[in-house]
Design a binder for this molecule. Structure first.
Ligand SMILES: O=C(COP(=O)(O)O)[C@@H](O)[C@H](O)[C@H](O)[C@H](O)COP(=O)(O)O
Ligand SMILES: [Mn+2]
Ligand SMILES: [Mn+2]
Length: 345
């Protein structure tokens, strides 16, 4: 699965990022999102694979494209056996977020990316459209920090694992009212807080690399993004835990259904009978093969954003594989038509 797909999915995220980047700074988050979805879908459908979207843009009725359950790839066609070899006919599950950080793109802010994760069928947790409490940390702290512990305790553990004082730690938290107490606790414990407005996938993955100056992600974001982050962290060997949040009173903002009770019933209807279960990266991305790909739309900690020049664009992507144990940064120049120059910088 991996050999051919690893290369193809780079182009999938690149095309989505380029399309979205054309809308950077225009204040049009829905268009920046929509063009990324269209570009991602178009490129995916050129791949010899038999893919199914398990995390996408929502249910079929609401989302015209890349909806949950949508089949993508050449080998989903009725005559697939004539077109595809046995490897390509293996069913694979795909989680996508074509524009992660739509607000960041619309307002020209750093940290947006086109992103996806792939595994064999059943290898990615089909997260409901709920919130998720998340804890991401570097590989050195894997299995040592714990989402059930307080932020203060986790900071002590992180400090030991990373051989740094608590004061040297930087913890990313989304700037939301629901995090006011968490932010206070982290600061009182002595660590530093980097607040982000959006884009917790990039923040989670940044914990996987030393040199990003991000040592943990704490707090509540969206569950689908949690699964995509978990796929990357599983392949990187970093720490990731997630716990679904189904109580509207906890998140304080956002659409999360009518009531706690109604949400528990909804989870049960999805065969999630223990709504408080804590999932680790291996449960959220349980497949034997896990591939992750992202391409920067606007520049962030991990990747440069799309840079256009006369006749082309340059992109930077990241592909992580648990099989080849690689985190590969890919730098690509895209030629639109016949450019007069190929701009390096
Ligand atoms: O910032 C985010 C927005 O993602 P997108 O809609 O694809 O641009 C995500 O990274 C967050 O995980 C998440 O969606 C968010 O925390 C939930 O929204 P909010 O209610 O504003 O906190
Ligand atoms: Mn997102
Ligand atoms: Mn998105």
């Amino acid at each position: 699965m991996e050999n051919t797909l690893g290369l193809e999915i780079i182009e999938v995220v690149e095309q989505a990022a380029i399309a979205s980047a054309k809308w950077m700074g225009k204040g049009e988050k829905n268009i920046a999102d929509q063009v990324a979805v269209e570009a991602m879908r178009e490129r995916m459908n050129k791949i010899y694979m038999r893919g199914r979207i398990v995390i996408g843009e929502g249910e079929r009725d609401d989302a015209p494209m890349l909806y949950i359950g949508e089949e993508v790839g050449i080998c989903t066609q009725p005559n697939a056996e004539a077109l595809c070899n046995p490897d390509e006919l293996v069913e694979i599950d795909i989680a996508v977020d074509p524009c992660e950080g739509t607000n960041l793109v619309a307002y020209g802010q750093p940290g947006s990316m086109a992103v996806l994760a792939i595994s064999e069928k059943g290898g990615l947790f089909a997260a409901p459209d709920f919130y998720m409490k998340k804890l991401a940390a570097p590989p050195a702290a894997k299995g040592k920090v714990d989402i059930n512990k307080s932020a203060t305790e986790n900071l002590k553990i992180l400090s030991e694992c990373l051989e740094r004082s608590i004061e040297e730690l930087v913890i990313v938290v989304m700037k939301r009212e629901r995090h006011n107490d968490l932010i206070k606790e982290i600061r009182e414990a002595g660590a530093r807080v980097a607040l982000i407005s959006d884009g917790d996938v990039g923040a989670a993955i940044s914990c996987g690399f030393a040199g990003t100056n991000i040592h943990a992600l704490m707090g509540i974001g969206a569950a689908p993004e949690g699964v995509i982050s978990a796929a990357a962290m599983r392949a990187l060997g970093g720490h990731f835990q997630g716990q679904l949040i189904y109580d509207p009173a906890v998140v304080k903002t956002g659409l999360i259904g009518e009531s706690r009770e109604a949400n528990i019933d909804r989870l049960k209807s999805m065969n999630i009978n223990d709504p408080d279960k804590v999932y680790d990266a291996h449960e959220l991305a349980s497949g034997k093969t896990v591939l992750f790909a992202a391409c920067g739309i606007t520049s962030g900690n991990l990747m440069n954003g799309v840079r256009f020049f006369n006749g082309g664009a340059r992109t930077q992507s990241l592909v992580i594989s648990n099989q080849s144990k690689t985190a590969r940064f890919v730098d690509t120049i895209h030629m639109f038509g016949e450019p007069k120059t190929l701009q390096l910088n």
